[in-house]
Design a protein around this ligand. Structure first.
Ligand code: DON
Length: 308
């Protein structure tokens, strides 16, 4: 039976709506703390260009750690498999900003979606070009994917990230001490803070993720952006590591590769089917949108899209 996807989106939104305001808005980056906790948007982008939406789907929010998926794709495209000398692909079972495993594991982060691994990935993506060119590549990629040149970095959030970035600097210097950063720590972090501070709406983010659902090919522009096996592997990493120490729970409940951000966004990929972005700022302990996860759980069940 083919599900009525517009109806599945509407139902997922309705089911999750009563949970709005639950969870805790991230405040360790002060500029994130001012967001309205009652915001909630759900957008499903399909390969034929259709987008089914509910709620606040056109309000830009801070994509935060969702950006790590895109920098991973860009780094793999640029560097190929040599990226895996800098970062692993195992779940960490630890918090997003944890440092503990780095000491016993030679400064090689477990995976590209925890902060340490994302910083190492971004460092490799710089590839000697400097921070401005790297940030420009990330922004250009997202603008092209979303078909919207207005996508930009929120300068206030980026400054706030840097001012409160002691943990991330610690991760950067610790890796540098092991020889696992190729550029100055501040250069790598300068890109990392800005990629996290990119603001996008659910509609834009869902559209931007479509290439991951379609074996690396953007179905709207027809461009093959990354090799098919790389898209599959990014999805595997999202499934196993996309929510840090909550990744098992997310896979159990939703059954789709996903990536959370502390801005309250989640990008979820349904291989071969479509790409979903949800946004609601109240977070669980692990930094995943509480309302977003409820909505995705319901949607994946109703659509029959769990990969399991
Ligand atoms: O590095 C940080 O702490 C933030 N810019 C991003 C963290 C984040 O989004 C964690 N995800 N749930």
């Amino acid at each position: 039976m083919i599900a009525d996807l517009a109806r599945c989106v509407a139902e997922a939104y309705e089911v999750a709506l009563p949970h709005r305001g639950k969870g805790k808005v991230a405040d360790y980056i002060p500029a994130l703390a001012t967001v309205d906790p009652n915001r909630f948007g759900f957008a499903l982008a399909l390969p034929d260009g259709t987008v089914h939406t509910a709620g606040d789907v056109d309000i830009p929010f801070s994509i935060q750690s969702v950006s790590k998926v895109f920098t991973l794709a860009l780094a793999l495209r640029r560097l190929g498999s040599s990226l895996w000398t800098s970062v692993g692909r195992e779940p960490s079972g630890s918090a997003f900003n944890s440092i503990v495993q780095l000491e016993s594991e030679n400064g090689i982060p477990r995976n590209p979606l925890i902060n340490a691994g994302a910083i190492a990935t971004t460092d490799r993506l710089i590839d000697g070009r400097g921070d401005e060119a790297t940030v420009a590549e990330i922004l250009d990629f997202l603008r092209a994917r979303a078909g919207d040149d207005s996508i930009a970095i929120d300068a206030e959030v980026a400054a706030s990230e840097s001012e409160t970035g002691a943990r991330n600097r610690s991760l950067g210097y610790f890796m540098k001490g092991f020889g696992n950063l190729h550029h100055p720590v501040e250069e790598a972090l300068g890109v990392y803070f800005r990629q996290c501070a990119i603001a996008m709406s659910c509609r834009q983010l869902a559209r931007a993720g479509l290439f991951l659902a379609m074996e690396g090919r953007d179905p709207i522009t027809g461009e093959q952006l990354i090799k098919p096996h790389r898209a599959r592997r990014i999805n595997a990493i999202m499934m196993l590591c996309g929510h840090y120490d909550n990744s098992g729970e997310f896979a159990f409940r939703v059954g789709l590769p996903g990536k959370s951000g502390v801005g309250g966004g989640i990008l979820c990929i349904a291989p071969g089917q479509g790409s979903i972005a949800v946004w609601s700022p109240g977070l669980t302990e692990a930094g995943t949108s509480l309302v977003g996860a409820v909505a995705l759980e319901h949607f994946a069940y109703a659509a029959g899209w769990s990969v399991f």
